[in-house]
Design a protein around this ligand. Structure first.
Ligand SMILES: Cc1cc2nc3c(=O)[nH]c(=O)nc-3n(C[C@H](O)[C@H](O)[C@H](O)COP(=O)(O)O)c2cc1C
Length: 175
């Protein structure tokens, strides 16, 4: 039986919630990205990395690319973001973050939300600026109009059922 390790970074709790849902369905070791040095990555066959999307970039992914050999392991990456799971949202995330390795990894995007209460002061400032910029933007697309309204306050659209395809894949890889 193969062994799986989840590495994650979660600033406001959404990615952690998805990690907990994954762990309800499959047995994996787990660590945060901050503590990854305390874990022997080589002992695991399957590496799952999860983190939030910040201004289009998957947080911590650059560090993971340096730490994990995508050629030697099964690598699954999941990103959580406030935007809905739609092709025009997910494609730029893949293009921005995974253009160099998409053929070697399995990627999942999980819709989450915004949690202003758990956000750092700096992040709150960035979100405020982004929100203002979006509301002042002319000729907004429907998605942008919707986004400019919803990000004004905290919300949570995360759902356990979203992890189903990921956990099915982990079960297949574990064998
Ligand atoms: C500074 C900042 C930038 C963000 N940028 C995006 C973004 O570009 N796209 C998106 O869908 N969500 C964005 N979000 C929302 C986060 O991706 C979402 O809340 C994520 O699930 C956070 O994960 P975490 O709570 O595990 O850190 C942003 C949040 C913050 C605080």
């Amino acid at each position: 039986m193969k062994s799986a390790l989840i590495i994650y970074r979660s600033k406001t709790g959404f990615t952690k919630k998805y990690v907990d849902w994954i762990l309800e369905d499959v047995t994996c070791s787990v660590t945060t990205l901050d503590k990854v040095k305390m874990v022997d990555i080589d002992q695991h066959d399957i590496i799952i990395y999860g983190a939030g999307v910040h201004a289009g970039f998957i947080s911590g992914l650059k560090k993971i690319k340096k730490l994990v050999s995508f050629d030697d392991k099964k690598v699954i990456i999941f990103a959580t973001g406030a935007a809905p799971n739609a092709e025009d949202i997910v494609k730029p995330i893949i293009d921005n973050n995974l253009a160099d390795c998409i053929s070697k990894v399995d990627f999942f995007y999980f819709e989450s939300g915004i949690n202003y209460e758990n956000m750092s002061f700096a992040s709150r400032g960035i979100m405020k600026t982004f929100s203002k910029m979006l509301s002042n933007k002319r000729d907004k697309t429907e998605a942008e109009k919707e986004m400019s309204e919803v990000i004004k306050s905290s919300f949570d659209n995360s759902k356990k059922e979203y992890v189903g395809p990921l956990t099915a894949l982990v079960k297949e890889y574990i064998g």
